[in-house]
Design a protein around this ligand. Structure first.
Ligand code: SME
Length: 180
């Protein structure tokens, strides 16, 4: 397991695109994997040797992923700022500007691991910047073993993220390394 996954207590849910079994799930995963590949190539061309700084590179990642991934409702970064998180570049509805004490993003900082939340209502302490967000994935951005930022994606439907999203998103975030 590469990420911490918070599953809903109780009933097993099989209704969404990500948890469907058989061909449907495979098709969703394959299409998304192929799309991640194309997005990575596009972002290499846009960022590598072209982005002037970290903010520009982060903004470009948000813009491309948010436009190309239809399940993204909010796509963005938070910077670690002492004990709290400060919002960085993002796309989507207006977000919380400061996160403190609790939440999925701070859990990824604390554990230094990706966090997947299939249903935000099952995560104690989830911060609902927008009540339309239903599922979430957070990937920490590390520099020399320390978390300096997190990349956060929300979807307006439950069960939109899984382990299969972790490695492609981490690969995309390696494009930030020259700027950290
Ligand atoms: N849900 C996050 C807060 C950030 S928003 O999703 C944009 C959290 O619980 O940390």
């Amino acid at each position: 397991m590469v990420a911490t996954i918070y599953v809903q207590r109780g009933a097993k849910r099989v209704s969404s695109s990500y948890t469907r079994h058989g061909n449907q799930e495979a098709n969703v995963d394959e299409r998304r994997a192929a799309r991640y590949g194309r997005i990575y190539e596009q972002l290499c061309g846009l960022i590598d040797g072209k982005s002037p700084d970290l903010i520009a590179a982060m903004s470009t990642i948000c813009a491309v992923l948010h436009a190309k991934m239809s399940h993204h409702f909010w796509t963005g970064f938070y910077f670690v700022d002492g004990e709290r998180l400060r919002v960085g570049p993002y796309q989507g509805p207006v977000a919380c500007q400061i996160l403190e004490r609790r939440g999925v993003c701070l859990e990824a900082v604390r554990t230094k691991r990706p966090v997947i939340v299939p249903d935000v209502e099952s995560f104690p302490g989830h911060v609902a910047c927008d009540p339309r967000s239903k599922s979430e994935i957070v990937i920490p951005v590390l520099d020399g073993g320390e978390v300096v930022a997190v990349f956060d994606v929300d979807s307006s439907e439950v069960d939109q993220f899984g382990e299969a999203d972790v490695e492609p998103l981490k690969k995309i975030l390696t494009l930030l390394c020259p700027y950290l």
